[in-house]
Design a protein. Structure first.
Lengths: 242, 242
DNA sequence: GTCTATACAACGATAGAC
DNA sequence: GTCTATCGTTGTATAGAC
């Protein structure tokens, strides 16, 4: 799996497929029992929420806005969601599960630290590219969740980094990677990955494709982890590294 | 200037100094004319806004909350701010100006691409460390501004990256840096810098000091820009870079 | 210069007709 | 299963006493 097109053929991330998955996981909370109808309206609600909330924030989006944009009345809306707060929880939670599963699948069977690192980066770029609005929403609105849900979001981020840190540690033990700090380096990779969906406007303006971005990230990571460069993981002072 | 302590002695970023600066730039909009009183209350308002808004978002913070937390009544509040929306504009605008000035000062007189790169990274880490809450607020609440103000925020981000891209280009012309894409690499550095104030909890948990973070960032950047590694700026496929 | 009291709009949420 | 009408609450903002 080396391109976005490859990725798309292997993982179905259409809004329809995701909403079907989402419906299955919370059908007991939805009062509408006719599946095709429920599915269609749930998709509208999710779509509208992401679009409106990503424009000016979830708090700024009123349910009347959502009602108008989704084409459902206020009453109909409430036969799908329990409350406004539950809507944000639903989206976030499902996104985390989806993300974890996709990354896990993409790394399965890939052998060797270098290949695994490249595959993980590629998978994240493609995943977050296709679900840009979903990830942007999750990042920006994580604060509006309750304590236990926010802790879950935190853990999700840490697990992402743990994946990268683990690959780096493996590579170091195998003598393939430089002796940099695994956690700090993993955090840096994570930050660069998040930039892709947090600053969509910028990369659109630069006309950078997902494939180019993934390639560039892999190149930078390779440079950082190049074993022949530095011997020490401990910070050095004064920019002497140059 | 090679440590946070160095930085602190050269740049006064105490809340008091900043609010004094802020007061000077908008005293015509403040109805209270007694300077010491106005200064003290303005500082309370800014402090409370940053604390409350950074907890659950600016939209979620009500002016009643702000009134209670700052110790000022609703009426008193409105003799300092014109509206809730103007408050967010005030903070953002002033932060941008302050940031631009500090970075400019820190780079003045520094010669050579490598030293300039290190100095710029260091200045940003220290600046955003001291004004964590201010930068966190600016990033998260940029969406709540009007169109022209939001465009200004965008331009601020682009100018930051243009600074880094310029240094990279200079280094490439001098044959010191690898032939990577200046814009994409600058964007990556920017993303890693922003991670420092966007994920405070993580670096606090890892017990990473600002100096360590700056050093690590400089090391990574040095590795990415190391001239002897790669010859091509165009992306290569399939993780072959490793 | 700061306070309390209040105006008025808009919010999330629900009840009951269809 | 979806709608309209309406509830009670809470928001921003202001007026006028002190």
């Amino acid at each position: 799996m080396h391109t976005l097109e490859d990725f798309k053929t292997q993982v179905d991330l259409s809004r329809k497929a995701i909403c079907e998955d989402l419906y299955a996981s919370c059908r007991d909370q939805i009062q509408v029992k006719k599946k095709p109808t429920a599915l269609r309206n749930l998709e509208r609600i999710i779509d509208s929420t992401l679009e409106l909330a990503n424009r000016t924030g979830f708090q700024a989006m009123t349910l009347r806005d959502l009602s108008r944009h989704s084409g459902l009345s206020m009453g109909a809306l409430y036969s799908y969601i329990g409350s406004k707060e539950e809507l944000v929880r639903l989206i976030q939670e499902h996104g985390r599960h989806l993300s974890a599963r996709v990354i896990y699948d993409c790394l399965e069977g890939v052998e060797g630290p270098a290949a695994r690192m490249a595959a993980a980066i590629r998978a994240y770029v493609y995943l977050t590219h296709i679900l840009q609005d979903w990830f942007y929403f999750s990042f920006m609105e994580a604060r509006h969740l309750g304590r236990e849900q926010m802790e879950a979001a935190l853990q999700g981020d840490l697990r992402t980094e743990a994946t990268f840190a683990g690959i780096i540690s493996d590579g170091q033990r195998a003598g393939l990677f430089a002796d940099v700090d695994p956690h700090l380096t993993a955090a840096a990779i994570n930050a660069m990955l998040q930039d892709w969906y947090l600053k969509r406007w910028k990369y659109r303006r630069l006309e950078v494709t997902p494939d180019q971005y993934a390639d560039h990230l892999i190149n930078m990571t390779a440079a950082i982890l190049a074993a022949d460069m530095r011997a020490s993981a401990s910070p050095v002072g004064g920019g002497a590294a140059f």
